[in-house]
Design a protein around this ligand. Structure first.
Ligand SMILES: NC(=O)c1ccc[n+]([C@@H]2O[C@H](COP(=O)([O-])OP(=O)(O)OC[C@H]3O[C@@H](n4cnc5c(N)ncnc54)[C@H](O)[C@@H]3O)[C@@H](O)[C@H]2O)c1
Length: 271
């Protein structure tokens, strides 16, 4: 689950960073890298054991972390967790709205409750958690929010109507939050990952009729011929959250190995 990683900078020394959904996949690797660059990381995770596990990993690596069992869709749960972070470390500097999920369900099979759940989990949660930290950022005239969008927000994919709609909504909400937050020094950006080989994605590959063929067909949709790794996305989160991106707001950084750039490699007439 953990990528090989040697930190080359200390961009987050003494910065307080909330990472939602840090108990698995991209969030796990993101939390680890923020901590490796000096950040004090608050893990907001629904799965208590998973949240505790990443926090313990960070601490055993010499970093600082606390795990809080939080449902990012629940205003009271989020408010209590943010209050704990402020009690512990005095402030919040960075929010990474990473928690989200979406198993493919065709529209013809999808129940209304499933549609509503995905919109609430993916799109609703970025509003709930951002709203909880917004006054802290506004008061100190500085703060960075990075939201997990997806290439499925702009590229139609089978089974992902609700998921893709939620991710398109995140890209739009990100831009609105950016223009509203600018006067208070609040930067808001999004990341749109392509196919990232997380443990969850591997489980989805494993249930296909021909897992190897499915894996290869997905990997070859990238012009670089491979899946992305959690670390590929984590690097984008860290950049957008850092002062190096001090004049970057309202953007949506695509981290997809060229999947959405244009034609697939097999369309190259030189082949
Ligand atoms: N993996 C990909 O290929 C991919 C591609 C594009 C976008 N994304 C997005 O990146 C983000 C991370 O993806 P991932 O694949 O690492 O996800 P994942 O499913 O591996 O991990 C998500 C984590 O969020 C937690 N979580 C779920 N509901 C929660 C809730 N209500 N409150 C708090 N925590 C909750 C889960 O317990 C889990 O630990 C998601 O928003 C996802 O939509 C992923």
């Amino acid at each position: 689950m953990t990528d090989a990683y040697t930190p080359t900078a200390s961009r987050f020394t003494d910065k307080v960073v909330i990472v939602t959904g840090a108990g698995a996949g991209i969030g796990w690797e993101t939390a680890r890298r923020f901590a490796a660059e000096g950040g004090k990381v608050a893990v907001f995770e629904l799965d208590e054991a998973a949240g505790t596990s990443i926090a313990e990993t960070i601490i055993s690596d010499g970093g600082e972390a606390i795990a809080l069992t939080v449902d990012v869709t629940d205003e009271e749960s989020v408010a209590a967790a943010v209050a704990t972070v402020v009690d512990t470390w005095g402030t919040v500097d960075v929010l990474v709205n990473n928690a989200g999920h979406g198993d493919p369900i065709y529209v013809s099979d999808m129940k209304v409750a499933e549609w509503n759940h995905l919109l609430t989990l993916n799109l609703g949660s970025i509003f709930v958690v951002s709203k909880a930290v917004w006054p802290i950022f506004a008061e100190k005239k500085k703060g960075a929010i990075v939201n997990a969008s997806s290439i499925t927000g702009s590229m139609a994919m089978f089974g992902l109507a609700a998921y893709g709609a939620s991710k398109a909504g995140i890209a739009t909400a990100t831009r609105v939050m950016a223009i509203e937050g600018g006067k208070d020094g609040i930067r808001v950006n999004a990341i749109s990952p392509g196919y990232i080989l997380t443990p969850g994605f591997q489980e989805y590959i494993d249930i296909q009729d021909d897992p190897q063929a499915f894996h290869d067909s997905m990997a070859l949709q990238s012009t670089l011929g491979r899946f992305g790794s959690p670390g590929d996305v984590a690097e984008g989160y860290l950049y957008l959250a850092s002062d190096a991106a001090g004049w970057v707001t309202g953007t949506n950084l695509v981290v997809d190995g060229g999947i959405t750039a244009g034609q697939l490699p097999d369309a190259d007439p030189r082949n």
